[in-house]
Design a protein around this ligand. Structure first.
Ligand code: BTN
Length: 244
């Protein structure tokens, strides 16, 4: 990425060449009471984690980071932060690069149906209050996504040139911080739905326990995907991997 002094000018940003996972470092910092909006960014992760216990390949050239947030919200509202992060990041990608960034439930960002961003979150509670919510974001920027991952792309591939990662990171962090401080979280899901490609499509949703196939009809106020099955019943899915 950039020289050392660049990162040292930004005291909330902890920059590493290589880590296990930025989620591990962020969790330790959060448990040591680091401030709201502390960011951990690494050039490489040797055990990057994806959703549903998958590995996340994190080679040089990608943007791999975790943001520590300390929102004053009830735990059952914390899912909204993932929707906010994906919504704001898609807006940032459209604004900076003019690409048609779309959202796929729950929090992927795709361009031409190819995934370029994945988001993973972890929350810890203190009594019944949120202690921290860590949002881990992986963006395929100047790296080549692993060939064994189907339907994945990178900004470099889409734009035909390398992209300045720091500019993207800082543009997103500014927009996300402003969104977290000023936006009405009630509006997040309805705004998110305007940019999704999941609705009114036939989907297969896979969790560790089961697979569900049907028509994706809505995302409800809890962020759950509503899927109409062949027998007409509607199933509410609160997590899973969605294939279109
Ligand atoms: C997904 O499965 O789509 C979520 C992928 C999340 C990857 C990011 S990269 C930064 C942070 N550190 C990790 O180990 N995972 C997240």
């Amino acid at each position: 990425m950039t020289d050392k002094s660049f990162w040292e000018d930004n005291p909330r940003i902890h920059h590493f060449q290589e880590v296990t996972s930025t989620m591990d470092i962020a969790r330790n910092l959060a448990r040591q009471e680091c401030p709201d909006f502390t960011v951990v960014v690494a050039e490489r992760q040797n055990t990057g984690r994806g959703r549903l216990k998958r590995a996340w390949q994190s080679s040089e050239g990608g943007l791999w980071f975790t943001i520590v947030l300390r929102p004053d919200i009830p735990p059952e509202m914390s899912y909204r932060i993932n929707f906010s992060a994906s919504l704001v990041l898609a807006q940032t990608l459209r604004r900076l690069f003019g690409i048609d960034a779309k959202l796929k439930w729950p929090n992927d960002i795709l361009v031409d149906e190819q995934k370029i961003v994945g988001i993973l979150s972890e929350m810890e509670m203190d009594d019944d209050k949120v202690s921290f919510v860590n949002i881990g974001i992986g963006i395929n920027v100047n790296n080549d996504p692993p060939p064994e991952v189907p339907n994945a792309s990178s900004l470099k591939k889409i734009l035909g040139k390398n992209v300045p990662k720091e500019e993207l990171l800082f543009a997103f962090l500014d927009a996300f911080e402003s969104h977290m401080r000023h936006s009405d979280s009630e509006q997040v899901i309805s705004e998110w739905k305007k940019h999704t490609i999941t609705l009114n499509r036939h989907v297969l949703v896979v969790t560790i326990q089961e697979e569900t196939e049907g028509l994706a009809t809505d995302v409800d106020a809890d962020g759950a995907l509503l899927v109409r099955l062949d027998d007409g019943t509607v199933k509410k899915l609160v997590y899973g991997d969605c294939f279109l």
